[in-house]
Design a protein around this ligand. Structure first.
Ligand code: 13P
Ligand code: SF4
Length: 298
């Protein structure tokens, strides 16, 4: 199957992008693996005509918005991010009416319609820098309440959060950190900013998934407790022989990130289905928010 995928990829002039949470066999066949920011940057600058996006709906949508002339394919139509659908455009418009002077920042884990209603996007890697780049002192931040709380701690601006959350990261508890530290006292604890504030308080470092990969490579520590989706551990183990990784919780599994398998990748290359596109009326506004984010230096 891998050989078929590689041959078809060449024939189609295609590239396979995969998020860090994808299953190992999909990570192994991908041309690029990364976090949401790295994959958005890649999608904006690729030469290939076809992007096979192994991740969830909003990621493929972001790629389609940035590269409307390309064929963007989500191998598993049913792979979606529940948090991205926790706010509707109507709800965001109502919030904007309540705070007419506020800038609107949307986490990239959002629908194209929400991006179109926002001033700028951010990811978990650049949320603080994006918010601090704005001239407004009041910022509506949607949809993740935990990332909003994390950003609020690192800015002087007033953050008005939406009450969305990622069920995978919101489930981690500070007791789990204490238990993991008791088992692995020498380990560094890395958590994602989608975790609750009390979990972040007990961690040593807070990073996006790409930030975790970078930190682990350069750290002198030999053991790490990882507070994010379990798929991340595969990449960390592969890239860091001799270092040991422990998941903060073995049940931290994003069902949607696990839906895509090698068969889906092959079928996607054969059929170019499910193709993701965003109507230009929405895409043109959403593109402004994403490109504005990509211009922020981190
Ligand atoms: P990053 O990979 O951007 O850190 O995001 C995590 C996530 O939950 C993506 O769905
Ligand atoms: Fe969405 Fe959480 Fe899954 Fe990421 S890990 S895709 S934020 S549900």
């Amino acid at each position: 199957m891998i050989n078929e995928i590689l041959a078809l990829k060449k024939e189609r002039h295609a590239i396979i992008l995969a998020h860090n949470y994808q299953v190992p066999s999909v990570q192994d066949v991908a041309d690029r693996i990364g976090d949401s920011l790295e994959l958005s940057r890649a999608a904006a600058s690729l030469d290939e005509d076809v992007i096979i996006f192994c991740g969830v709906d909003f990621m493929a949508e972001t790629a389609a918005i940035l590269s409307p002339q390309k064929t963007v394919v989500l191998p598993q139509r049913g792979a979606w991010c529940p948090m991205a659908h926790m706010i509707t455009p109507e709800q965001l418009r109502e919030l904007k009416e309540l705070y007419p002077d506020a800038a609107v920042v949307c986490y990239v884990n959002s629908t194209a319609e929400i991006k179109a209603e926002s001033d700028i996007c951010c990811t978990s890697a650049n949320g603080v820098q994006v918010v601090n780049s704005l001239k407004e002192s009041q910022v509506i931040f949607v949809p993740d309440r935990n990332l909003a709380a994390y950003v609020a701690r690192h800015t002087r601006k007033q953050i008005i959060p939406w009450d969305g959350y990622c069920y995978v990261h919101d489930n981690f508890t500070s007791n789990e950190i204490m238990a993991a530290r008791a088992l692995h006292p020498k380990a560094e604890v890395l958590v994602h900013p989608e975790c609750r504030p009390e979990v972040i308080d007990r961690a040593d470092f807070v990073y996006s998934t790409a930030g975790m990969a970078r930190h682990v490579r350069s750290s002198a520590a030999r053991e790490f407790i990882i507070g994010t989706e379990v798929g991340m551990i595969y990449r960390l183990v592969k890239e860091n022989p001799g270092k040991a990784f422990f998941s903060l919780s073995e049940s931290a599994i994003c069902q949607n990130m696990k839906k895509t398998n090698l068969e889906d990748v092959l079928r996607a290359l054969q059929t170019l289905e499910t193709r993701v596109s965003v109507p230009e009326k929405i895409a043109s506004k959403a593109r402004r928010s994403i490109e504005r984010m990509l211009a922020v230096k981190i």
